[in-house]
Write a protein that binds this ligand. Structure first.
Ligand code: NAD
Length: 505
């Protein structure tokens, strides 16, 4: 039973009202739900003039925000975290309504926002530079980190608010102002987050202009891409998007931070704990209906355990409850829209033509209850090799299973795709695990042992190599992308000594 659209509408309005957002109004920007495929409301997209003004406001707010002591800036982020905590349930409702995530994953996404706020509050007292040994007597060499300017954030539908928070909490602590262009598929959660941030600013006496929201499609995003006032453009989405955005930002010498598509693999070695592997694989491949950038898409299994593992996975796949993500028994919610279903079908057709055999799933379900939605069975496909379709990211719950005989062969398959986001190995052989984590091993930004490819913590830097774009966000020292570094040489002697012993005058 799928919740009717009218009930979903009421639920959205109630959540928006509780966070203090105005009821939606407008016509040119629909808010839609993948649960039924219906439109919930109309909203207003930003016009080019409004986008121009919003970037102007963020730009004007920057000098005062830059001059605010970093720990004071952290107070805004702390208050934002408090408000996110207080509204966890409301925000999770909106994530489920617009992105189709099951309850625990929607709550997990909101939790991630709270976690990064905690992290960024601490960071606001730790924006450290280094002191470096100078080669000259009576000199001090150091580096200082300064706020960068306006940060443009373009985000994808599948993490409609966590990715915003990774960027925004860190950017605000670093002294930057933010203009956010969320996915056109998830405007309501964006309005809710923006409302809470504006409230947090009022509560702590920070300028509200430090955060601007621009609803709209890629045309609005392009205004951010091309505007020279946007010092850093952080864009999360498909590799197609990154291919368009990256060169345009570079052409105006802006700084780009790209978080693009993945094609993540797990290697299952003969020594693997298969109980653990099955759990890790099913969550990573079928969770979020395969719509995470870190979703598991390729399984490389040693020939000795391939049949046992695929039998166990097939059994687990057949039992996965698919349906309304508000139902707490559901583990697999809908795809974002029927176009995603079409792309999944095309990929499965290609897999068939390239020699693949479907072991489980592949069908569309709940067509009578929700004809405009796209509920699908997570699909397991055994492939004869790493063919064309396996090398591409299909943003749906399709897991391709390949077999290997040696670790070298597994690593060659693993790294033999254009993307480089997340990876894992299931093994109890320490040597294999270490090889996988070494420079000769996984070529991804994330490499895990005995855990799946998805579900990263905020404490580490997040991002990937090759066509994934090379950007790093979230924890560790990812904050450095949001600041500019100055190298300082101070001469406290009475002599002018030149570097490299150069003599002059
Ligand atoms: P998408 O590329 O269709 O859209 C992402 C965002 O980019 C949207 O806000 C969209 O309006 C905007 N956009 C698209 N083209 C643009 C352009 N030319 N100029 C400016 N803005 C533009 O992606 P999606 O379907 O929303 O999300 C799914 C994709 O995102 C998958 O490929 C997934 O792997 C990737 N993703 C990556 C990460 C990561 O951290 N690496 C995280 C989440 C999602």
């Amino acid at each position: 039973m799928i919740t009717p659209t009218e009930t979903l509408r009421e639920r959205a309005l109630a959540a928006l009202a509780r966070v203090g957002a105005a009821p939606p109004e407008g016509t040119d920007h629909p808010a839609r739900t993948p649960l039924t495929g219906d439109n919930l409301f109309g909203l207003a997209a930003a016009s080019p003039a409004e986008a121009e003004q919003a970037i102007g406001r963020a730009s004007e707010a920057f000098p005062a925000w830059r001059a605010t002591p970093a720990p004071r800036r952290g107070e805004l982020v702390r208050r934002l975290g408090d408000l996110l905590r207080a509204h966890q349930g409301d925000l999770a409702d909106l994530v489920t309504l617009e992105a189709g995530k099951i309850r625990s994953e929607a709550l997990g996404e909101v939790r991630e926002m709270i976690d990064i706020c905690d992290f960024a509050v601490g960071l606001s007292r730790q924006l450290h530079g280094r002191t470096i040994a100078s080669e000259r007597p009576g000199h001090r060499l150091a580096e200082t980190w300064h706020p960068l300017g306006v940060v443009g954030v373009i985000s994808a539908f599948n993490f409609p608010c966590a990715v915003w928070s990774w960027n925004t909490a860190v950017a605000l602590a670093c002294g930057d102002t933010v203009v956010w262009k969320p996915s056109e598929l998830t405007p309501l959660i964006s309005v809710a987050c923006h409302t809470l941030l504006v409230r947090a600013a009022r509560d702590v006496g920070a300028p509200e202009q430090v955060h601007q929201l621009l609803l709209g499609d890629r045309a609005v995003g392009e205004l951010l891409v091309d505007d020279p006032r946007v010092a850093l453009l952080s864009a999360t989405g498909s590799t197609r998007m990154g291919r368009e955005v990256g060169p345009r930002v570079a052409a105006r010498f802006g700084r780009g931070l790209l978080e693009l598509g993945g094609n993540n693999a797990a290697i299952v070695a003969p020594s693997a704990d298969l109980d653990l592997a099955v759990q890790g694989i099913v969550f990573a491949a079928a969770g979020t209906a395969g719509q995470r950038c870190t979703s598991l898409r390729r399984l490389l299994v040693h020939r000795d355990v391939a049949d046992t593992l695929t039998d166990r996975l097939t059994a687990a796949y057949r039992k996965l409850p698919i349906g309304d993500p508000f139902d707490t028994n559901t583990l697999v919610g809908p795809l974002i829209h029927t176009a995603a279903l079409d792309r999944m079908r095309t990929a499965l057709d290609r897999a068939g033509a390239e020699g693949g055999a479907v072991l489980a799933g592949g069908g569309r379900v709940l067509t009578e209850e929700a004809p405009g939605a796209a509920y699908v069975e997570p699909t397991l496909v055994r492939m004869p090799g790493q063919t064309g379709v396996v090398r591409e990211e299909t943003f749906a719950p399709v897991l391709f299973v390949l077999t290997y005989d040696t670790l070298e062969e597994a690593l060659a398959l693993h790294n033999g795709v254009p993307q480089g986001l997340s990876s894992s190995i299931f093994t109890r052989d320490q040597r294999e695990a270490e090889v996988f984590l070494s420079s000769e091993g996984s070529d991804c930004g994330i490499a895990n042992v005995n855990i799946g490819t998805s579900g990263a913590e905020i404490g580490g830097a997040f991002g990937g190599e090759k066509e994934t774009g090379g950007g790093r966000e979230s924890g560790s020292d990812a904050w450095r992308a949001y600041m500019r570094r100055a190298t300082n040489t101070v001469n406290y002697s009475n002599e002018l000594a030149l570097a490299q012993n150069v003599s002059f005058l």
